[in-house]
Design a protein around this ligand. Structure first.
Ligand code: C5P
Length: 235
């Protein structure tokens, strides 16, 4: 079966500070979205990339793709996105032709994921997992907090989950096409990733090793790190 990648890139990137939509900000002169598109197209298995653009920005994203060198063997489609990530992914899936049996969903905000990670996710789906997530162990201990007793008071810690059993989850997440479409048609709860929708269907989601360069560019310091990673790759 063929493999396509859906790239939700419709977020505003408020946490990065004021400026263009996050996916259009540049890293070493090239828009983050172009890096993310190239990261998906770098896999020989990926023959279609569907970019979900900011709702008013589809034409701009189309000309951006046309203006950058991209692999000839891959098709690129641009569709307008929605108000939430979930809605944006669903709009991308609506543009998926029937011959694609494996679907990756990859955040535009993870522009530097190495091709080996992409291929490991695809491989696990092809071996039969309905949903696959790349994940890394946590460096920090994580606490669950409760509401503050009064405004201005500190939040109390209510629990410390065992760190050894926690993973930080990245993208691309990989899916059997029918499973992901069913998840997006069925699950209406707010979620922050696609695999959790498959979990809510009661289906098996498996983990493959993630990569530290697949980190999400979220805050201003992440831009500094991303540009340093790019500079190191050019050495
Ligand atoms: O906000 P967050 O960092 O979780 O966004 C993850 C990805 O989802 C980003 O690539 C962002 O552009 C995308 N997104 C989207 N449509 C939205 C909100 C976020 O495509 N309405």
């Amino acid at each position: 079966a063929r493999t396509a990648a859906v790239i939700p890139a419709a977020g505003r990137g408020v946490r990065l500070g004021p400026g263009a939509p996050k996916a259009l900000r540049t890293l070493n002169g090239t828009p983050m979205l172009i890096h993310a598109v190239r990261a998906m197209a770098a896999s020989r298995a990926v023959s279609l990339v569907i970019v979900v653009a900011p709702p008013e920005g589809a034409a701009e994203v189309r000309s951006l793709l046309d203006a950058h060198a991209l692999p000839e063997r891959t098709d690129f489609v641009v569709v307008p996105g929605g108000q939430t990530r979930q809605e944006s992914v669903k709009l991308g899936l609506d543009a998926l032709p029937p011959e694609y049996g494996t679907v990756l969903v990859h955040d535009a905000a993870r522009p530097l994921v190495p091709v080996d990670t992409v291929d490991a996710v695809i491989e696990a789906v092809r071996e039969g997992a309905p949903a696959v997530v790349p994940a890394l162990p946590l460096a920090d201990t994580v606490k669950e907090v409760g509401p503050a007793a009064a405004p201005g008071e500190p939040e109390p810690v209510v629990a410390t989950p065992d760190r050894a059993r926690l993973r930080a989850v990245q993208t691309p997440q990989g899916f059997d096409r029918a499973t992901l479409i069913r998840a997006h048609e069925t699950v209406t709860a707010d979620v922050t990733d696609d695999a959790s929708m498959v979990e809510q269907l009661g289906l098996r989601v498996v983990v493959v090793p993630g990569h530290e360069e697949a980190f999400k560019v979220t805050r201003p310091l992440d831009l500094v790190l991303a540009e340093a990673v790019l500079a190191r790759r050019r050495l």
